[in-house]
Design a protein around this ligand. Sequence first.
Ligand SMILES: Cc1cc2nc3c(=O)[nH]c(=O)nc-3n(C[C@H](O)[C@H](O)[C@H](O)COP(=O)(O)OP(=O)(O)OC[C@H]3O[C@@H](n4cnc5c(N)ncnc54)[C@H](O)[C@@H]3O)c2cc1C
Length: 356
Amino acid sequence: MSNEIVLLGAGYAGISFLNTILPHIPADVHISVVDRLSNHTIKPEYYALASGSLNETKIKAPFPVHKQVTYINDEIEEIQVYNHKVMCKKNELHFDHLIVALGCVDNYFNVPWAEEYTHSIQTFGKAMQTRKVIDALLPDNHVVIIGGGLSSVEFASDLREQHPELNITMLERSNEVLPTLPERIQRFVRDYLDDHEIQVLTNISVTMVDDKQVHYSFENRSIPYDVCVWAAGIKPNPISNALLAYSNPDRMNRIVVKDNYELPYFKGIFVVGDCASSAFAPSAQLSHLQGKQLGQYFLSVWQNREYIPEPIKLKGVLGYLGKKTGFGMVSDNVILGKVPHVIKSGVLWMHKHHIG
Ligand SMILES: Cc1cc2nc3c(=O)[nH]c(=O)nc-3n(C[C@H](O)[C@H](O)[C@H](O)COP(=O)(O)OP(=O)(O)OC[C@H]3O[C@@H](n4cnc5c(N)ncnc54)[C@H](O)[C@@H]3O)c2cc1C
């Protein structure tokens, strides 16, 4: 295996890869890590940046320090597969091996003007911008959140605690919030949202967003907003689209990879995290495990061992409802109330304090 590895993205998958290999990295290998941020960030808490309940320092963790790793703070713009190059805003990097761990971006599903007029909790910068516009709102102003999934529910309930003076509405396309979770969780969460005066409109298919209103298909109606936040779907980071010529997309446009996360039709390029195809939905947990497995693959090559990946097993889903209660599924059991909140805080705390 040649010696210059370029790692794009120091999020959940990228950091997990680094933490797996660094204790055993051969002396002649060098890694360049490129990220637009100069810290690792706890992305599952971006909603709390936007609502204002967490200060940005609380969601940052230092990158692991190692003499064979160089961190490059830059905006990645293009992967040139055939030239073995990555073009960034300020740098041009050559790679022998490339690891793409660039996460995902909002998917606007071609809804006209959604990208232009809505705010986001999908990147650190966008979540901070969302916080700014929310802070500038007046009592009785209206925040409309498009999407009724995990991050929307967490954001809405946290926003309610931070801003009791605001009106909050969630718009969900299916007939209940958290459509992929069991009915018991849906009912519990819905009762919580009702009790906390968060209006939920279901069966809403958004057709257009303009500068003042969200339009939706049900009887061609619209709902006015002061701030509108899009949390209705994600897609792989479009920079990874350059790799599709050497693979295939799955139904979420994630890149199909081999067992060792390498592209099927180009040697030496690996994809992990939200950009990589999997039987599971994208999550921090999945990205962490994929980064670890990729690290184990690199170690097996360096140590001349066979690579036998273990099947990926996820522990479950956990969600916050404000700062005291929550919901979740752990080993197929539904848990509601204080316990899932405490477990989730513990998981995120452990992650943050075992990075550097
Ligand atoms: C609000 C919210 C709540 C969530 N809650 C949960 C949860 O409870 N549980 C869970 O398991 N998952 C949750 N997720 C999903 C989880 O955060 C992601 O699945 C996970 O972070 C993906 O890991 P990754 O390594 O693929 O990408 P990321 O962790 O997103 O890392 C990608 C890295 O690439 C960098 N990057 C991207 N583009 C560029 C560029 N052009 N130039 C330079 N750098 C770039 C980013 O700065 C980032 O550091 C949540 C997500 C959000 C937004």
